[in-house]
Ligand binder design. Structure first.
Ligand code: BDR
Ligand code: CA
Length: 316
């Protein structure tokens, strides 16, 4: 069967990095066309370097392109408190194995969507600035996108403010452009990711995989877990971004409903708030598939099985 063409847009970030490794594990089903990075968890220079280092760790030759250095309207808000000063604290990484590429991430998205023989799946793990700019610069690409799976938003409380989830808060205008573009959109928000916790037992399973990737993930997540789980009274930190790739690999682990979806851009207190309802009317039709429940143990089983595949090739 032909592999599914995929582009990942991300801001690594520890959970983004785990999502990248889940995608890059040997024997995967995707034709990973490229990875675009955006400013988010840390500034663009770090997210770009981190994505390239993760590819070097995985020994993967995938194009990595730097995209937008700031949100559309607001100044950049970062999350070093969660991810460490460079975005990937806790474990040494190899230097990037590829030279920097001289193409902007937004142009890469446009070119790939325009030239692909079949519609492309997009996985977005950070603020939606790159995809929004691509849609503004070249609207016809919307017809070349098979599916967009977004980590962002929250039906309940936010994590960066009481109202908003981080990715939607950082660039609410970009989120709004994407949500209003009429794309086949699946949303995986905090309601789902707060079920997928990095408990000490689960971190021990990563460490026990017997390869450098497993050790590295265990070290990242041990650091990343500090504080976030405590804040919510949870036994571990929410592992957000790998849920997007897990959904693409094994959608039956997730359940949700079609909903009307919008993003608040105008209010101060509610900046980036997710507005969503499953109670549809002609005025408020379904605009996204919004996930609500996940088999968290199934997500971790998938992660352990896939990351174990790095085996001998990427032994520390
Ligand atoms: C999102 O914010 C970032 O800190 C994580 O990488 C994830 O994409 C969760 O709100
Ligand atoms: Ca992210």
């Amino acid at each position: 069967m032909a592999k599914r063409p995929l582009i990942i847009d991300c801001d690594p970030g520890a959970d983004d990095a785990v999502a990248l490794l889940l995608t890059l594990a040997p024997g995967q089903e995707f034709d990973l066309l490229g990875i675009t990075t955006v400013a988010g968890n840390v500034p663009l220079a770090h997210t770009y370097a981190n994505a390239r280092r993760v590819c070097a760790l995985a020994r993967a030759e995938v194009p990595v392109l730097a995209g937008c250095p700031r949100p559309l309207v607001h100044s950049l808000t970062t999350a070093e408190a969660i991810h460490g000063p460079t975005g990937l604290a806790g474990a040494e990484l190899p230097e990037p194995s590829q030279p920097p590429l001289d193409c902007h991430g937004v142009d890469f998205l446009i070119n790939q969507c325009s030239q692909a023989g079949q519609p492309i799946t997009l996985a977005t793990l950070g603020p939606l600035t790159n995809l929004a700019v691509a849609l503004i610069k070249c609207p016809p690409i919307a017809t070349q996108i098979a599916q967009v799976v977004v980590m962002g938003g929250s039906l309940g409380p936010g994590n960066i403010t009481p109202a908003a989830e981080f990715n939607f808060y950082v660039d609410p205008h970009a989120a709004r452009v994407v949500v209003e573009a009429g794309l086949p959109l699946t949303l995986i928000g905090l309601d789902v990711t707060h079920q997928v916790l990095t408990t000490p037992e689960r971190l021990a399973r990563f460490a026990a995989l017997g390869n450098r990737v497993g050790q590295t993930v265990a070290r990242w997540l041990a650091h990343y877990g500090q504080g976030e789980g405590d804040r919510y009274g949870l036994p571990g930190a929410p592992l957000h971004d790998p849920c997007v790739i897990a959904y693409l690999l094994q959608p039956d682990l997730f359940s949700g409903r079609p909903m009307y979806l919008a993003v608040e851009t105008d209010s101060r207190l509610s900046r980036g708030r997710t507005i969503a309802t499953p109670y549809l009317t002609p005025e408020y039709p379904a605009t996204a598939q919004v996930m609500e429940e996940v088999d968290a143990e199934g997500v971790y089983e998938l992660l352990w099985e896939r990351l174990a595949r790095f085996g001998e090739g990427v032994r520390g």
